[in-house]
Design a binder for this molecule. Structure first.
Ligand SMILES: [Zn+2]
Length: 274
């Protein structure tokens, strides 16, 4: 079975917000060894993915200097260039990047960006604000997925209110063909809301990044009913295990083969390539 990892990060120590850096050094020291090995070596990452059984990986920038990191779209484009299977996304910050829609169009048409990541709690905006609408219109026209961070946000200075998935209800209604992905599926206290919204709206998907895969059915007891909407992501590199361990944990859940294949490959394929 082929696998797409819909959620990996390019991270480098010098691109982390200093407070976030100190926090990570405290809670996850192993993470720094990984970013030292892989941060400047995309070839090594591409090879690693093959050993984990991953055919394609989305590589996310994260431009949120006030809270988490300042990894730019350009940095990710450079990292993915010429690497088989690495799919670059863009990161735009609605409070600091002007002309969001024009910039997105440039990234997609001229730089082969495959999607967009937005971080409401780290970048401080509500997803249903009118100023974002030209950007969503452009993403819809370009048929690229837009990934929203939806769930707990641990870095200092974060404003978690912006992550409430209810604001995506407006976006889904106003842009019925926009491919909306809720990264982390509401991790913390919005699991039911995310599940409900992704069943209600044909254009809302849930990415299960960062959730211990063996516990998925505790968070979403009726996961099987929503098999066409759930997407696998690992959150590499801060995750504590190898990617393959998460894939194996998903394969051993009491779900149909059809749903497991949809989660690990087909749903992401539809979003990225159709
Ligand atoms: Zn992430």
């Amino acid at each position: 079975m082929e696998v797409i990892d819909f959620h990996t990060h390019l991270l480098k120590k010098e691109m982390l917000n200093p407070t976030a850096l100190n926090f990570l050094e405290e809670v996850n020291p192993a993470f720094f060894a990984k970013i030292e090995d892989f941060g400047d070596n995309p070839g090594l990452f591409a090879m690693y993915l093959k050993t984990q059984g991953v055919s394609y990986a989305v590589v996310l920038p994260e431009y949120a200097p006030a809270t988490s990191s300042f990894v730019s779209t350009e940095e990710v484009l450079e990292y993915c260039r010429g690497q088989d299977g690495l799919l670059p996304f863009a990161s735009l910050n609605p409070n600091t990047h002007p002309d969001l829609a024009t910039r997105l169009e440039f990234y997609v048409k001229d730089c082969e960006v495959r999607g967009l990541k937005l971080l409401p709690s780290y970048q401080f905006f509500y997803p249903n604000e009118a100023r974002l609408y030209p950007l969503y219109g452009k993403a819809q026209e370009l048929r690229i997925p837009v990934v929203f961070h939806v769930g707990s946000s641990i870095f200092k200075g974060t404003r978690i209110k912006y992550c409430d998935p209810i604001y995506l209800d407006d976006v889904a209604v106003d842009f019925p063909d926009l491919k909306i992905v809720m990264a982390h599926s509401g991790r913390g206290f919005w699991y039911d809301q995310c599940f409900f919204l992704s069943r209600l709206h044909k254009n809302i998907f849930m990415d299960i990044t960062g959730l211990p895969p063996q516990n998925l059915l505790n968070y979403f007891p009726e996961l099987e009913k929503n098999g066409e909407k759930v997407i696998f992501g690992s959150d590499w590199p801060p995750m504590p295990t190898d990617i393959r361990e998460n894939i194996e944990a998903i394969k051993s859940l009491p779900l149909s083969d059809r749903t497991i294949e949809a989660i690990l490959y087909k749903n992401a394929y539809r979003l990225l390539f159709e």
